[in-house]
Design a binder for this molecule. Sequence first.
Ligand SMILES: [Zn+2]
Ligand SMILES: [Zn+2]
Length: 467
Amino acid sequence: MFRRLFSQQSTLLRKTITSKTLTIIPKTLAQSVLQHSMQVTSENPTILSSAFSTTSILERNFPVSKIENYDSSTYKTLAFYKFYPLKKPELEALKEKLLTDFGELGIVGRIYISTEGINAQIACPEECLSKLQAYHDEYLKPMFDGNLMDLNIGTEHGKRSFRALHVRIRKQLIADGLDPNTYDLNNVPSHLSPAEWHEKLTTYEERHGKKPVLIDMRNHYESNIGFFDGAICPDADTYKDSITAMNEICDNLPRDQEIFMYCTGGIRCTKAGAILQSASGFDTVHLVEGGITAYGRWISEQKDKGSLFRGKNFTFDARMGEKITDELLGKCQLCGQPCNRYQNCAHASCNILMLCCPSCASQFLNTCARLQCYDTVHEFMNFTKEHYHPAGPVLVDGVRAFTKQGEKNMDASSHRVVIGKKGVSCDHEHTRRTRAIEVLGEPGNVLKEWAKAGRELPVRPTTDINA
Ligand SMILES: [Zn+2]
Ligand SMILES: [Zn+2]
């Protein structure tokens, strides 16, 4: 069984190496792959000639990651982006360089580069922040002809919020569904500091006798748990949908009407604002520089001001959001209680994104509580507990399981386990954008399945399995 487990792991990682995406994986795992690949190569010469042919290739593909050298609790999550024209042939070299240099600093996260520029969400060990700043000043700043905004640091930090470092080359930094010749990214919208943004929005009605036009440029699941007071939050599944909604909202407005818009870190509004100004002829589009993240950080330092943003700022990392105010604006999909905690169903072939309170998460083992998902995960947890491995996937009797970092205070014992059974797929049509409510119905509905099947609900554990 162990052997099967290992060969599966190798196949998975070989895919990682040969795919367009280069991944830096934790050093311990990289070493085990290296050792194992050598065993494999002696048995199977065809593999020798492929991905693992020489050590030098391995070294090139896996710049030695320093991740294990840093205390994961000191990691800070941060983001930066810049629209700046890069030449296509430069992208491959930039990718290699970022993988090597950021890998050296123990940085993990997700970086997209394209001929439009760069967009990065990363986590950096606290002790390397000054080195990252120096790297930015010496290398990135000249290359991108100016600051990549400030290094926008989030407000809440758990342990490392990403597992590895990915650098991906993309056609566009964010897909807008438009012909790039119809708008001009150099027509940059007005970037307000969080203080200016707060001031302008707070006094707008007094100054103009009407409410400001304020648009949330994020997807529905993001605005579901947090938004600026008075914002129009389109029911968007994608950025493309947000752009369509933005155009519909603004279509009949006079072109001298100021438009306010926001997103997580600012990149989506920088593009959307440029589109609105250059393609639709609006005079002024305001955005908050650094997005909700920067506003959240600023407002937390203000003693005398109330937050205009309510609830939680959804983030695309293991934290799945950072709290700005205490309000719980969503509902748990399972029990219907107020909730702002997202999770993906732990049954990998389901994986549906849903709001789920900590208590229901513990009771239903981080699944969506449908019998198929619960039973698969429950069975695995009962019989194969000893196979949990914090560093990577394991395969036990056809069940693939990999641990996934949870929210805050993550350590090996609290890693979430994600499970998929080969050949078993979910009975609902599932895409990345399938909504929990379409599959599970209104909050609470899914629990009726249990009664129908004559099953008792699992006992609520006294301790939170994610704690
Ligand atoms: Zn609940
Ligand atoms: Zn499920």
